[in-house]
Write a protein that binds this ligand. Structure first.
Ligand SMILES: [Zn+2]
Length: 334
C-alpha cells in the first residue's frame, strides 16, 4: 500500500477505475468526478494527474517523487490547468482562455490536463463554450470536472464525460472531525450528520441557533407522545408550530423525529453505537423495552407518511396532530 495516497483506500473503487484506464491506455477525454465535500475529489484529481504525467509510475501508481509529480503537487506544472469560480460563477472568458491556451500549446508537449473545480458553477455561456470543446476532442487532452452536485451540470456536458461517483466519507470520521476541530458536542454532531452527509453542511446546520432548538423540540415531542396523547397534541399546537414554521423546517422536524424512532429501534436491536441522539441512550432504552418492533415500524411508517403529506400543502398543524394520533392509534392497536 502506498501511504502517500490515502484516497487509494478511502475511494478505492474510483481510484482503481482510474488506474485501470491508465494501465490499459484507455484514458477518456473527460471525467465528471462527483462527491460531497470531504469525499476527496481534489485528492483523486491530484492522484490521476500525477499518474498521467509521472516519469516512473509503478503498477499504475505515481511515484510521487519525480519532477512531474513534484511540480503537480506544488501546482506549477505547465501542462496542468486549474479553473476555479471567479466570484459567484465560472465565466465564459475563463473557459475560452483555457481553450485558447490548450490549442496554443499544441499536441507535441505530452498530455494536457485541465481541472474545473466546482464545475456546477459554470454559467450557461461558459458551459456552452466548454461543450463545443468537448464535442471535438483532439489529441491528448483530459478534462477533470469536479462537483458536489452533479445534477446541476448540463446534461449535454454530463453525456460527454465519464461519471465517477465517490463514496461519502464515513459518518464516524465526520463526527470526530466536528468535535475535535470545530468544538461541537458529540450529541449535536451525531444528530447533524444524520440530517446531512457532508461535514461542512453538518457544521453549518449544527452551528445555527435553530438547530439546537429544533432538536430539543423533537425530543420533547417523543417524550410527550409516549406519555400522554393530550399532552402531545397540546405540544404540537403550542410548541412545535413556531419552531418548524416553513416547509423546509417542517421537513427537518419530521426527519429529526424519524431519527429518534430509528434510534429506539436500533437500541432495541442492540445496535446502539451509531445513534443520532447518543445523549438519549437511557431514554431510548426505556422506550425500547416498552415498544414492540411492530409498533416501532408503524410509527416510522406514520412519520414517513407525514413527510409525504408535507408536499401536498396540507395544513401543517393538522398534519402534526394527525401524526400524533396515528402514532397513538397503533400503540393501542397492539
Ligand atoms: Zn512521478
Amino acid at each position: 500500500m502506498n501511504m502517500g495516497y490515502p484516497v487509494m483506500e478511502t475511494q478505492k473503487i474510483a481510484v482503481d477505475g482510474f488506474r485501470a484506464a491508465f494501465a490499459s491506455n484507455r484514458v477518456a477525454h473527460a471525467y465528471l468526478i462527483e462527491g460531497i465535500k470531504g469525499s476527496g475529489k481534489e485528492a483523486i484529481a491530484g492522484f490521476f494527474t500525477q499518474l498521467l504525467l509521472c516519469h516512473h509510475p509503478e503498477e499504475a501508481v505515481p511515484c510521487g517523487q519525480c519532477r512531474n509529480c513534484r511540480r503537480i503537487r506544488e501546482g506549477n506544472h505547465p501542462n496542468v490547468s486549474n479553473i476555479h469560480p471567479d466570484g459567484q460563477d465560472i465565466k465564459k472568458g475563463q473557459i475560452a482562455g483555457l481553450i485558447y491556451q490548450l490549442n496554443k500549446t499544441g499536441l507535441e508537449d505530452g498530455r494536457q490536463i485541465y481541472i474545473i473545480h466546482e464545475a456546477e458553477r459554470m454559467n450557461t455561456a461558459a458551459a456552452n463554450t466548454l461543450l463545443k470543446f468537448l464535442e471535438e476532442p483532439e489529441g491528448e487532452v483530459t478534462a477533470l470536472l469536479l462537483t458536489d452536485t452533479g445534477s446541476a451540470i448540463l446534461p449535454t456536458i454530463r453525456s460527454r464525460c465519464l461519471d465517477v461517483l465517490l463514496q461519502p466519507p464515513p459518518r464516524e470520521q465526520i463526527i470526530e472531525e466536528l468535535v475535535a476541530k470545530h468544538g461541537l458536542t458529540r450529541s449535536m454532531a451525531s444528530t447533524a450528520t444524520m440530517v446531512t452527509a457532508g461535514p461542512e453542511e453538518a457544521l453549518e446546520l449544527a452551528g445555527g441557533e435553530q438547530f439546537g432548538q429544533a432538536r430539543k423540540t423533537v425530543l420533547k415531542l417523543v417524550e410527550a407522545s409516549e406519555k400522554n396523547i393530550q399532552e402531545a397534541l397540546l405540544f404540537v399546537q403550542t410548541d412545535w408550530g413556531p419552531v418548524f414554521k416553513e416547509k423546509e423546517e417542517a421537513e427537518l422536524g419530521l426527519d429529526l423525529l424519524l431519527f429518534a424512532y430509528r434510534d429506539i429501534a436500533a437500541v432495541k436491536a442492540g445496535l446502539g453505537n451509531a445513534l443520532a441522539y447518543p445523549d438519549q441512550q437511557e431514554l431510548w432504552q426505556q422506550l425500547a423495552l416498552r415498544m414492540t418492533y411492530g409498533r416501532l415500524s408503524s410509527v416510522l411508517g406514520a412519520i414517513l407518511g407525514a413527510k409525504r403529506n408535507l408536499h401536498s400543502n396540507m395544513n401543517r398543524t393538522l398534519l402534526m396532530e394527525q401524526l400524533v394520533l396515528n402514532m397513538q392509534e397503533v400503540k393501542h392497536a397492539l
